[in-house]
Design a protein around this ligand. Structure first.
Ligand code: DQA
Length: 138
């Protein structure tokens, strides 16, 4: 089963960025552990700070992969383009957030992605990605 994790802007700084909210592990370290633990999945990873690159990647993988785990980060709250890309592809998209955005500033409460995603997992730290991955097991 082929799955990709797509991370949006500033998530390349995990481990350094606002560690009280996002924790002190880099995504790269976490990703290695995840790949080892779930080695029967083929898991790819892509990160970009650029909206159009995220849209290009969703289009590229979205007709052949079995699932997309998407943390669009700040673009969650702003991007009609990413939402339209999620709607356009066939692969199921699970929206993920490290923090519980509903308990944070009001501008983080709305997501353009949630209405077109298969599901939403948030608030469990990096474990949110693992829970999203587990949703593909059945
Ligand atoms: C985030 C939440 C977003 O509001 C924020 O802009 C991020 C990370 C999260 O994973 O908690 O960059 O998507």
């Amino acid at each position: 089963m082929k799955i990709i994790i797509i991370n949006g802007p500033n998530l390349n700084l995990l481990g350094k960025r606002e560690t009280d909210i996002y924790g002190d592990h880099s995504f790269e370290d976490f990703f290695e552990i995840l790949k080892d633990k779930y080695d029967w999945f083929e898991i790819d990873y892509f990160q970009s700070n650029i909206e159009g690159e995220l849209i290009d990647k969703i289009q590229e993988v979205g007709f052949s992969y079995d699932g997309i785990i998407l943390n669009a980060a700040a673009y969650t709250h702003t991007s009609v383009g990413i939402r339209d890309a999620v709607s356009a592809v066939n692969s199921p998209v699970i929206e993920v957030h490290i923090s519980n955005t509903a308990s944070r500033e009001e501008f983080r409460h709305d997501s353009y992605i949630t209405p077109v995603a298969q599901g939403l997992i948030m608030g469990f730290g990096l474990q949110s990605y693992e829970l999203a991955l587990q949703s593909f097991i059945n």
